[in-house]
Design a protein around this ligand. Structure first.
Ligand SMILES: [Zn+2]
Length: 511
C-alpha cells in the first residue's frame, strides 16, 4: 500500500468527521480502494473539462493510495502521462491500477460512458454551473470561467469520500444530481453569461495562503481574462503535512514560502501580483496607505480575522472551513449587515494558548512551564517528551525525534499532525479542526468566485453568508443569514469606527 508521507495529517482530518474512528481501520479501508478517473478526448479538449480533471487528480491523490486512470477513447490516452506526473508530484508512492483491476468508485469527466459497474460520479460544468450526476455524463463547457468546473470536482471528491466511509458518517448519503450555480448558489437555474474577460479586481489583497488560499489561487490562476492587482500576504512556509489539503502544493514545494507558491501559480495570468511575507498586522503597520479596496480573507482563526476588519477595508470576502460545513461571507461594514468581526467576536472566556496547549498535551499541572516554553521558544528536553508520553499512556520512543524542537513545533506536529493519534490508534483523537482537502478547496473556490462577482458588479446575495456541508448530500438552500452582533461590543456599532470608514472611502449617507 502506497499511503502518502503526509498520511498522519489525513487521519487527523478524517478522525474529526468519522464516527468510531481508528487509524488502522481507516488506512486499511483506504488501501482497499481503487478510485477510477475516467475521461475522454472531449474532456481533455474542453477548457472546463481539463480544469475538472486537473482538480479531481489534485484532490483524490492526497488521500487514496491507488488511482486508476481510465482514458475512455484512444485519443484521451495521450493525456495519461501528464496526469500520472501530476499525481506523482503529490504522492510519489501512488499506485496506478492496471487496466483489469476492479475499481471501487469512479469519477468521470467528459461525455463518454465507462464500462465499470462500481458507483460512478459524472461531473462537468457550464461556466458558473457545477454539475454532478450519478446517472450519466453531463459534459463540460468551453468558457474561460473555472468556478463550475472546480466546484464539480470538489463535489465529486466529497461523494467518493462519503461512498467509501458512508457507514461512519451521519446522513452521509450520496448526491444523485447537482446543478449548482456558483454565481447565485441556486440550483437548477442555468446562467446565461459566464464571461470573465476583462473583469478588473482593482486593488485586491488575499490574506492567508493556507488550504483555502490555495483553492482561491487555483481558481484565480485559471480564470482567464482577469486583470488588476493582487497582493498576497502570508508569513509561513509550506510544511509536509500541508500537502494533505493544499491543492497547489507538491513534494517539491515543502520548505518554500506559501506566497511564492501562489505567485508561481499566477505567473501566466494578466494579474499584477505582489508578495508580502508577513502577518496581516505587520503588513498593515509597514504600509503607508491604509485604504484597502477589497480584501479576501483566507485565515484560519478569529483574532486574525478581527484584525483584518479592524483595518477597515472597503469590502471583505471571507471563507471558512469548520468540522462539518464550509462557507463564504461578504462584508461592507457600513451597510447594516454583520461585519466580519460580528461573526468572530469571542463569547465567554477564551483560553490562552498555554492553557489550551497544557490541556491538549494532557499536562494541566504544567501550565506555567508551558507558558515559559512558549515565551522563550526553548528546546524541549527528553524529560518533557517522556512526561507527555506518560500522560497519553504511550511509549516515548516514537516521540524522541521531537527532543530539541520548540513546544509549538512539537504540538503542531505530534498532536495536530496526528503522530500521537496514530500511537493510540485513534483512541486519542485530534482536537484541532483539520478539514478534508475537498472542503478547503471548495471554500477557496467560493471565495475567489465571490471576489470576481463583486469586482464585476454581479454579486447580489440575499444574505451575508453562504454555507455548504460536503459531508451530506447538497442542501436545497445554502443562504445563511448571519445576524449582526447585538451586544454593542462590535466595532461596527462604534460611531468613531463608522465615521473613520466613511471618511476613508467618502461614503455619503443620508440619515
Ligand atoms: Zn460587527
Amino acid at each position: 500500500m502506497a499511503l502518502a508521507n503526509f498520511m498522519d495529517r489525513a487521519s487527523s482530518a478524517a478522525s474529526r468527521v468519522l464516527t468510531n474512528f481508528k487509524v488502522s481501520a481507516f488506512e486499511e479501508r483506504l488501501g482497499a480502494q481503487v478510485i477510477g478517473v475516467g475521461f475522454d478526448s472531449a474532456a481533455v479538449k474542453s477548457r472546463e473539462g481539463a480544469l475538472s480533471l486537473d482538480l479531481i487528480i489534485r484532490l483524490l491523490t492526497r488521500l487514496y493510495p491507488t488511482i486508476a486512470l481510465r482514458p475512455l477513447d484512444p485519443k484521451a490516452k495521450d493525456h495519461v502521462p501528464a496526469l500520472e506526473h501530476l499525481a506523482k508530484s503529490i504522492n510519489p508512492e501512488i499506485e496506478f491500477a492496471k487496466p483489469r483491476r476492479a475499481v471501487t468508485a469512479t469519477v468521470v469527466v467528459g461525455s463518454s460512458l465507462p464500462r465499470t459497474k462500481c458507483p460512478t460520479f459524472f461531473i462537468g460544468s457550464d461556466g458558473w454551473q457545477a454539475k454532478l450526476s450519478s446517472r450519466g455524463p453531463v459534459g463540460s463547457g468551453e468558457s474561460r470561467n473555472p468556478f463550475g468546473a472546480g466546484a464539480a470536482s470538489c463535489f465529486a471528491a466529497a461523494n467518493v469520500f462519503r461512498m467509501v466511509f458512508g457507514e461512519q458518517l451521519e446522513q452521509g448519503g450520496l448526491d444523485d444530481l447537482i446543478d449548482l450555480s456558483m454565481l447565485t448558489y441556486a440550483q437548477g437555474i442555468p446562467e446565461t453569461s459566464h464571461d470573465l474577460d476583462g473583469v478588473d479586481i482593482g486593488d485586491t489583497h488575499l490574506v492567508g495562503l493556507g488550504a483555502i488560499g490555495n483553492g482561491v489561487v487555483w481558481a484565480l490562476s485559471r480564470a482567464a481574462g482577469l486583470k488588476g492587482s493582487l497582493r498576497l500576504v502570508d508569513h509561513e512556509e509550506i510544511d509536509l503535512s500541508n500537502l494533505q489539503r493544499y491543492v497547489l502544493a507538491s513534494q517539491c514545494h515543502v520548505g518554500s514560502l506559501k506566497v511564492d507558491l501562489a505567485h508561481a501559480a499566477l505567473v501566466d495570468t494578466a494579474l499584477k501580483v505582489s508578495t508580502h511575507r508577513a502577518k496581516w498586522d505587520a503588513y498593515v503597520n509597514d504600509r503607508d496607505n491604509w485604504s484597502f479596496e477589497r480584501v479576501a480573507v483566507a485565515l484560519d482563526n478569529a483574532p486574525d480575522r478581527i484584525a483584518v476588519q479592524g483595518a477597515l477595508p472597503k469590502w471583505i470576502v471571507n471563507a471558512w472551513t469548520q468540522e462539518l460545513d464550509i462557507g463564504v461571507s461578504r462584508h461592507c461594514f457600513d451597510d447594516g449587515r454583520a461585519c466580519l468581526a460580528c461573526l468572530y467576536l469571542p463569547h465567554g472566556k477564551i483560553k490562552d494558548e498555554h492553557e489550551k496547549m497544557a490541556e491538549e498535551l494532557r499536562m494541566p499541572e504544567a501550565q506555567q512551564e508551558i507558558r515559559n516554553l512558549l515565551q522563550t521558544n526553548a528546546s524541549l528536553d527528553a524529560g518533557f517528551i517522556e512526561r507527555v508520553a506518560k500522560a497519553f499512556g504511550i511509549t516515548s520512543e516514537p516521540l524522541q525525534e521531537f527532543v530539541g524542537h520548540s513546544i509549538r513545533s512539537f504540538h503542531q506536529r505530534a498532536i495536530c499532525g496526528g503522530v500521537v493519534m496514530r500511537l493510540t490508534d485513534g483512541a486519542e483523537p485530534v482536537r484541532a479542526v483539520v478539514p478534508m482537502s475537498f472542503q478547503s478547496a471548495l471554500a477557496g473556490i467560493m471565495l475567489a468566485a465571490d471576489l470576481v462577482k463583486h469586482a464585476s458588479g454581479v454579486l447580489n446575495m440575499p444574505t451575508t453568508s453562504t454555507r455548504i456541508n460536503l459531508l451530506r448530500p447538497l442542501a436545497a438552500h445554502l443562504h445563511d443569514p448571519m445576524a449582526k452582533d447585538t451586544s454593542g461590543r462590535c466595532i461596527c456599532t462604534d460611531q468613531e469606527f463608522l465615521a473613520a470608514y466613511r471618511r476613508k472611502y467618502e461614503v455619503s449617507r443620508q440619515n
